[in-house]
Design a protein around this ligand. Structure first.
Ligand SMILES: Cc1cc2nc3c(=O)[nH]c(=O)nc-3n(C[C@H](O)[C@H](O)[C@H](O)COP(=O)(O)O)c2cc1C
Length: 202
């Protein structure tokens, strides 16, 4: 790999942040499609490509806000113990507005008895991080959110997933929602601890 590509790759990884405040600029369907296709270059167990993405924009996105607010109610007590007050308030605002992100991408896994459950889930998350990085390369920001899982039955209903055959077969599962848009803040890097995370065996 060329040195400049290497440098760009690592700078991309190091500059990624979860973005929780967005400019009102809309994102074209073509660009969303391109980013999702980058997501789908990810590896997956037995190459099953078991990801499914639901892209939510416009009025449907606005209608989702009341669900996002419900997820805040479900997790705010845990966050009040973990976050300092200013960050807690900022996060609350994010859940109420989704940072004005114009695009929401709900990510699902289709699980089957042909594959280990955790492999199915991991495969979809491979695509999720590709999406985060492709968005960044396009000058956009994302935040991966597990919060919708707090009310996944309601979210499935809201998105119409409950009418899918995979839902009736109990094989489709919501994993996260990715907010996507043009960043309107530049948050500091969240601390990383590498100590104790790696074991070397020789
Ligand atoms: C699986 C997963 C679920 C997450 N869920 C949420 C969430 O519900 N709300 C939120 O604000 N951030 C959420 N995040 C973002 C993390 O808080 C964030 O990645 C972490 O604090 C590190 O910050 P960074 O992404 O800026 O490096 C989630 C991240 C992951 C990977």
């Amino acid at each position: 790999m060329k040195q400049e590509n290497k440098t760009y790759f690592y700078s991309l990884l190091n500059s990624r942040r979860s973005i929780r405040k967005y400019k009102p600029d809309s994102i074209s369907k073509d660009l969303i499609q391109k980013i999702l296709e980058a997501g789908m270059t990810a590896p997956s167990g037995k190459n099953r490509q078991n990801w499914r993405f639901i892209v939510v924009t416009g009025n449907k996105r606005n209608d989702y806000l009341k669900y996002s607010q419900k997820t805040w109610v479900a997790i705010k007590d845990i966050l009040s113990k973990r976050l300092k007050p200013s960050l807690y308030d900022f996060t609350e605002r994010f859940f109420y507005t989704l940072g004005e992100a114009p695009v929401l991408i709900f990510c699902y896994s289709v699980n089957s008895t042909d594959e280990k459950y955790l492999t199915s889930i991991g495969s979809v998350y491979m695509a999720v991080e590709n999406i985060n990085l492709a968005a960044l390369a396009e000058g956009l920001g994302t935040c991966t959110m597990g919060a919708p899982l707090e009310i996944q039955d309601e979210v499935n209903e809201f998105l119409g997933i409950t009418n899918w055959p995979e839902y009736k077969e109990k094989t489709i599962e919501l994993l996260c929602c990715i907010t996507l848009g043009v960043p309107d803040h530049n948050p500091p890097s969240a601390p990383r601890i590498t100590e104790g995370r790696i074991t070397w065996l020789e």
